[in-house]
Design a protein around this ligand. Sequence first.
Ligand SMILES: Cc1ncc(COP(=O)(O)O)c(C=O)c1O
Length: 420
Amino acid sequence: MSPAADPYRASRELAERAERAIGGARHLSGRALVEEQPPLYFTRGRGPRVIDADGRSYIDWILSYGAVFLGHADPRVDEAAIDQARRGALLPLNHALHVEFAEGILARFPRFERAMFLKTGSEATTAALRIARRATGRRKVARCGYHGWHDWCLPLEPFVPEGLAEQVLEFRAGAPSSLAALFEAHPGEIAAVVLAPEMLLPPSREGYRALIEIAHRHGAVFVLDEVKTGVRIAPGSIHQRYDLAPDIVTLSKALGNGWPIAVVLGSQAVMDHARGLHCSATYHGETTGMAAALATLARSTELGAAEHVERIGDALIAGLAELAREAELPFVAYGEPLGAMPFFRSSGDRSDERVALDAAFAREMAIRGILIHPRHLWFVSASHGEPELAQTLEAARASLRVIRRRDGSILERVAGSAIT
Ligand SMILES: Cc1ncc(COP(=O)(O)O)c(C=O)c1O
């Protein structure tokens, strides 16, 4: 391709420079979405839209994997954070905002009595586990879902210390008996059950409560990892929606609308074990993320943001499912776990065909100015409205038509698989 004809020229050039300047070339979530594109670089975002380095505008349904909730560059949130920065982002020792922030979060999540502040979701889940270990005097953990990049989250990888897989046990959210079996096989050894609530599909009060009950029966701390669902799922989290009583909840992502902040919430009894525990880092007391989080919570309440994103997400799911039916292509649309976090993906029996179809769809959508990840759930922000919904469905209709025509070979190979 001649440089002039390359629609991703600026991104391609940045990716080449990154190869020479950045360890590993880029962070993992910045890799190329589909083979034909370079890793995309972005320069600006506002509301539901982002602009790439080549000047192309997209409706963004990736939203930094859920970290953006109100919309990119929300004026109220950014003003609060910048105003805070002007007064010194990180002052020595303690800051009045630490207390105001904890009080503000507890007022929004009144089931809990103590809050602890950190910067990332991985830090929050690791801190939750550490507190649970100290509270129970046990070491092992039973977990279900993605909880971050720290060693305990990836126990089977060759780059973590040996023996972690014996400490970190997995259960299936939809099969409470798989959790009960872990407690039977490791009596008196499991400190915490950690669940990412999007793993239970469809979500249900009974399903979550069954898992919490098993954990408590065996003396373990139950951690609901709401890093993705916290603040985003109406009325503000999964534990509120289903009236659940986990011992600890972790929050991050939507809470800061793009500014780094994470929280561990818990009862006084559990969180007392955090006293003097080493869960501390230089930047935990940094205040711009806290100011952003308080502004995000205030603004999302004013806007009814969580209810809005679910409405838009539900409409998106219904529209995409209808288009897939019309196109007679094997795609499914559903919420993971609810409409605020929609997923549209191919559903054939063969993984190579699914990968090809998902990539083809993401590629066609990008050409039409819609940014989605081919293998990841989507996120909706409060700034996504009817125009973005209509434009996305129009692009999806055109994309599915092109796939149906052009990728006849894929279709032949998926013939016989269920068309949902
Ligand atoms: C449920 C859940 N927990 C923890 C994490 C880790 O958060 P972070 O990437 O901010 O470290 C993620 C990230 O996607 C997540 O989805």
